[in-house]
Design a protein around this ligand. Structure first.
Ligand code: PDD
Length: 286
């Protein structure tokens, strides 16, 4: 990374400094976004910025940059590496105050960070073998719709999956499977695509919405409804989705095979549509 954006300036990462009094550092008092970029073209940037806006409003912070401001920041960050797939990371915190105090400062000056990093292409083995997940009790708070930088629960859950040899932890609360620690969740049952509904207990994924849109466009019937963990265990297919991982087929769940243990036919259809959608973006950028 040659430069990042911090509080109105473009600086080398080694020169980018924030105060130890920053509330993002002291309290995790901030929100963030991750936007995938294909050949210089951000995927669903307006939707990501809308979600950032929603997160900021939910924590009572003013939006410091307009859509046009963000857009020119992105253009500059992406310019050095125009053809590589990248992920833009945006973070806004409530800034710093003279003393550590949980209460908001009267006139906060938000800290605004944006940076880009190359996004790895999917490992070819995934499409052949799928990925492994484990279920875990959801130990997060009750406002998972806010894309908050207070990620300790998600960090512990993802690490626990990692230590169990799994790609992701699927989070279960009161018998309902909600989402992954860093992804949304889908199952296929009898040809129907099912995903838990948006609400305070999960993040409204931008990839989730796109997957639903692509499925409907392909004539697949979809349902947004609560998903009991037993249904997850009996599913024909299980998928997880996120901006950086796209849509991944899950073939093992808690040490048992999902369906016939191979990526399923509906996943192949949706993945083909997703790849075509990306190719279209790249063409638009060319
Ligand atoms: N995480 N649910 C959670 C808890 C997430 O952290 C994410 C994404 C998603 C998927 O959302 P989207 O499709 O908009 O990326 C769902 C990002 C990638 C991260 O924290 O790095």
């Amino acid at each position: 990374m040659s430069e990042l954006y911090l509080n109105g300036a473009f600086v080398a990462p080694q020169q980018a400094m924030i105060s130890v009094m920053d509330r993002g550092f002291l309290f995790g008092d901030g929100v963030y976004e991750v936007i995938p970029v294909y050949a210089g073209h951000p995927l669903r940037a307006a939707e990501h910025l809308q979600r950032l806006d929603n997160s900021l409003r939910a924590i009572g912070l003013q939006v410091p940059l307009s859509g046009a401001d963000w857009s020119s920041v992105f253009t500059r960050l992406l310019a050095p590496d125009p053809m590589t797939d990248q992920a833009l990371y945006l973070q806004v915190t409530r800034g710093s105050a003279p003393t550590r105090d949980h209460r908001f400062p009267a006139q906060p000056t938000p800290t605004v960070l944006a940076m880009a990093k190359p996004m790895k292409a999917r490992d070819a083995a995934v499409a052949e073998q799928g990925v492994t997940v484990v279920t875990r009790e959801d130990i997060r708070w009750l406002r998972c719709d806010i894309k908050s930088t207070s990620l300790l629960a998600a960090v512990l859950l993802r690490q626990s999956a990692q230590e169990a040899g799994a790609e992701e932890a699927i989070l279960v609360r009161d018998g309902l499977a909600l989402e992954g620690s860093t992804s949304n969740l889908f199952i296929v049952r009898d040809g129907q695509l099912i995903t838990p509904p948006k609400g305070p207990l999960l993040l409204a994924g931008i990839t989730r919405d796109l997957v639903l849109e692509l499925a409907r466009g392909d004539g697949i019937s979809t349902q947004e409804r609560d998903l009991a963990v037993e249904e997850l265990r009996q599913a024909d297919e299980v998928w997880i989705s996120s901006s950086t991982r796209e849509v991944l087929p899950v073939t093992r769940l808690d040490e048992r095979s999902v369906g016939d243990g191979r990526p399923g036919p509906l996943w192949r259809r949706i993945d083909a549509r997703y790849q075509a959608f990306k190719a279209e973006l790249r063409r638009a950028a060319a």
